[in-house]
Design a binder for this molecule. Sequence first.
Ligand code: GDP
Length: 522
Amino acid sequence: MGLQEEVQKRKTFAIISHPDAGKTTMTEKLLLQGNLIRSAGTVKGKKSGKFATSDWMEIEKQRGISVTSSVMNFEYEGFKVNILDTPGHEDFSEDTYRTLTAVDSVVMIIDATKGIEAQTIKLFKVCKMRGIPIFTFINKLDRESREPLDLLDQIEDVLNIETYPMNWPVGMGKGFLGILDRYHEQFIRFNGNEEETYIDLKDMNLPEHKAIAENPTYQETVEELELLNEAGDQFSLERVLDGEQTPVFFGSALAPFGVEVFFDTFVKLAPAPGPRRTKEEVIHPDYPDFSGFIFKIQANMNPQHRDRIAFLRVCSGRFERGMNVQLARTGKTIRLGQTQQFVASSRDTVEEAYPGDIIGIYDPGSYRIGDTLLDGKKAFEYDELPSFPPEMFQRVTAKNVMKAKQFRKGMEQLVQEGAIQLFRGYPTDAYIIGAVGQLQYEVFQHRMKNEYNVEVMLESIGDRIPRWLKKEQVDPRLFDERNLLVKDRDDEFLVLFKNDFALRWFVDKNEDIELIDLFEVN
Ligand code: GDP
């Protein structure tokens, strides 16, 4: 198969959702559809195709690191599907955001009983801002849910995106009858624990479907849909691919119901790997020489295995195990011998990979987040990965002052690797670190101890609002603990404001000082 065909087969996406909305359940159902769980024999088959929820995750836990749950791949309907995991807000970290730089689309799962929940808005907004095509699955229709129109309104308001319902629920909760599939012009009937059935809309007038066709809820829904057809937006694949419109599917991941039609449609409509920007030009996936970038580095939390794994997204050409590549940042040649591909059942060795695929490469400490690896005569570097607004800040010191040297080394490496963002107090030079989620601090503390043998003390200075200043406008006398003056990695000045009130107070008192918000996502 040629390179171009391999590229067109690939669908690389992330599932994003609020915790408990049903991401795990959905992922498992997709793996089942891809027959991965069954064929890999990791989960014992039970009657009616229902499988134990967390068996394969348990396997990962025993390994002490959830690598395979970070990326999964399987074949489906002739496509090669790569699913990247993004943790919900509880273990949010910059990794979560960076993962979005490695996907071509996202599936957003929303709990129909709750709608969009506050903690996940930022994650959804990052997708919208980056123009990533978003496919929406509204889950748990088997429960008493919010009105479908309300849910769509909320998505439109919060994300500033058009919605196009691909199907429309008929009833909900106990009275849930199924979905009217607008896109395929069929009614998909919900049969509780039994498998769903598909009825062509043309056949709804047949006697055997009379009971449904004459059901008042069904008739109301048909009328609702007619209104929607007239007043709602038109479906536009182009707008979907531009991230301006989201196709919305209703269903239940648990039942499962509506999952198959959702996924069949998704794999057909979702974009294949596209071109990527480098510092000078654009590289297309069918560019013949191998290239890719590292978007995540995961340290093994198990002290027996100190290795780290760098996650690389292949962007062009063909990857082959054992090939020599160049690390663009340093020009050094590296042989990629120890590589892994991730499937739900095992960490297989990867022999070859194509654009859109994610491979794990053993990292002896050489890589940084954002690094480009490439083969061929032409040298280039992919655009830097965006950095994300840290929200929580901590002052960090070494417990034992004698360990200052290891402390500095550990800090330097972890910051370079992108595990944490570092700021230095001005003029105190104090070490202040910023993160987007609590988990990052736990990982940081653990790694400082295990990899650099330094116990660190963290002292929270709370959630802060960072604003950058122009050098010529910096006057240290204006700042104190409340509005803390610090420098970033590039020696630029910024102020960590205690809260919104402190920020507004400062702006009122110092109208001439320009404050810059480097992060557009709020
Ligand atoms: P995650 O935190 O987003 O991964 O959510 P899970 O997949 O773990 O689901 C959270 C809970 O919701 C679990 O108890 C699931 O069984 C349940 N759940 C998931 N999908 C559905 C659904 O379609 N209907 C109902 N009633 N419950 C569901």
